[in-house]
Design a protein around this ligand. Structure first.
Ligand code: 5GP
Ligand code: ZN
Length: 146
């Protein structure tokens, strides 16, 4: 028991709305999203920050973030881009000390919505959002298998 909320999510001891899972990482909706579909990708094995993250898991983290960004573009959320951000340490505004990569979907011309979302950070229709992203992943899989 290390008192880490993200480890509790990995272990199924805390709730989350998951969208992706593999051997190394899991991704779920941020509880206070800046934009619709804002995800957190985390290594299953606890590390605190970039100093303590196994570089192999860093690769897996980014690969999943890339895949999820591409899936959200193909989903009914129809994003046009994304910000992939990793806040490393208190100095960089890290607040949860289990290494995580933010995937923040973006739309052309969304600046005002983005700024408003930064202030309100309200989670709306989480199940529908997660379901749309999972469908985007399926579309990406299908595209890659043809
Ligand atoms: P940081 O500032 O550490 O990079 O971001 C931490 C992120 O974790 C924040 O965006 C915050 O909304 C999110 N967060 C904090 N606690 C929880 C939680 O219990 N569940 C989920 N899904 N997200 C969380
Ligand atoms: Zn942890």
């Amino acid at each position: 028991m290390n008192n880490c909320v993200f480890c509790a999510i990995v272990d199924g001891d805390a709730p989350s709305v998951p969208v992706y899972d593999d051997d190394d990482v899991v991704a779920f909706l941020d509880i206070r999203p800046i934009t619709r579909g804002h995800l957190l990708v985390i290594p299953k094995r606890h590390s605190q920050d970039l100093e303590t993250l196994d570089p192999h898991l860093g690769g897996a983290l980014f690969a999943a973030g890339q895949r999820l960004s591409r899936a959200i573009r193909r989903s009914d959320l129809r994003s046009d881009g994304a910000n992939l951000v990793l806040n490393d340490g208190k100095a960089a505004f890290q607040t949860v000390f289990h290494t995580h990569l933010h995937v923040v979907p973006r739309w052309t011309g969304d600046t005002l919505r983005f700024v408003t979302g930064f202030v309100t950070r309200r989670l709306k229709n989480p199940e529908a959002t997660a379901s749309a992203i999972r469908t985007g992943l399926t579309r990406l899989d299908e595209e890659e298998s043809t």
